[in-house]
Design a protein around this ligand. Structure first.
Ligand SMILES: [Zn+2]
Length: 273
């Protein structure tokens, strides 16, 4: 009996130590600044970060460190994933969560292709399941990897005012997944009203589908009409890249995203990182 209790105590102690040391390492990473070389990469590759308010830059750098420590980057089709690529993708992903407690808990791997890649898509029609191959620039799996085309990820970051950013898009899906269902309703921030979110996004989606079906121009990418989860993801892209236009065209969507991320990019001005 004494031996049994000793073994149980040792196992519990080891588990507690493991948890404690993981937490300590996380806190250390979050409190660590980027090197000047990494800052230069962020500044050159992800110009939107130069608009981020100064008081959020320390948090961003810590989160980039945590992200780089947590995630394995795997090059596909012979791609050598360089530090520039890793830091660029990490900076874009971390911008979405720079001012909240949300984190990509389930993410351990990012697959990076040199350019657009082929992906199999399953369609269900009654009992019939068909599979077709489509070309993609990004993909996000529920509790699984994010897959990115480097060409599109880099281009999306370098042009930070066209409302298109594949990394923001796929990581919006990752945040959406954290609620347990990829349905366009992420885990809302403390105090955020589900009713107000639902009203804003249901009305916004309905109006968006109507506009797209009638060939009217929209600030939010027409791809958002594909479904509620895509509407959320493309809304996140324009929230960061065309915030003033989104605030003017879809103020309720802008307000909800601003509450979700605790950010107000319509007020940002470009400075130095
Ligand atoms: Zn999508």
């Amino acid at each position: 009996m004494l031996l049994f209790l000793t073994v149980v105590a040792l196992i519990a102690g080891a588990a507690a130590f493991h948890f404690w040391s993981k937490r300590q390492s996380r806190l250390t990473l979050l409190a660590t600044s980027l090197s000047q070389h990494q800052r230069d990469i962020v500044s050159a590759q992800v110009p939107i970060i130069r608009k981020l308010p100064k008081d959020l830059r320390g948090a961003l750098e810590g989160k980039i460190n945590l992200f780089l420590d947590q995630v394995d980057f795997v090059g596909c089709d012979g791609l050598d994933v360089t530090e520039d690529m890793q830091v660029s993708i990490a900076a874009q992903a971390c911008l979405l969560v720079v001012n909240t407690d949300q984190w990509y808990d389930n993410l351990t791997t990012i697959l990076v292709y040199p350019g657009a890649f082929k992906s199999k898509q399953r369609r269900h029609s009654g009992y019939v399941v068909t599979e077709q191959e489509i070309i993609r620039s990004g993909e996000s799996w529920n509790r699984g990897p994010v897959i990115l085309s480097w060409t599109h990820s880099q281009r999306g970051a370098l042009n930070d005012h066209d409302g298109r950013n594949v990394v923001f898009h796929e990581f919006a899906h990752q945040l959406d997944d954290l609620s347990g269902a990829t349905n366009g309703v992420p885990v809302l921030s403390n105090g955020q009203s589900f009713g107000e979110w639902e009203t804003a996004f249901l009305n916004g989606y309905k109006a968006h589908v109507h506009a797209v079906e009638n060939g009217k121009p929209t600030v939010i990418d027409p791809y958002g009409a594909e479904g509620h989860e895509e509407f959320f993801a493309v809304s996140v892209e324009v929230f960061f890249e065309r915030p003033k236009e989104l605030k003017s065209s879809d103020p309720a969507i802008y307000e909800q995203l601003s509450k979700l991320f605790h950010l107000d990019p319509a007020l940002w001005h470009r400075g130095q990182f």
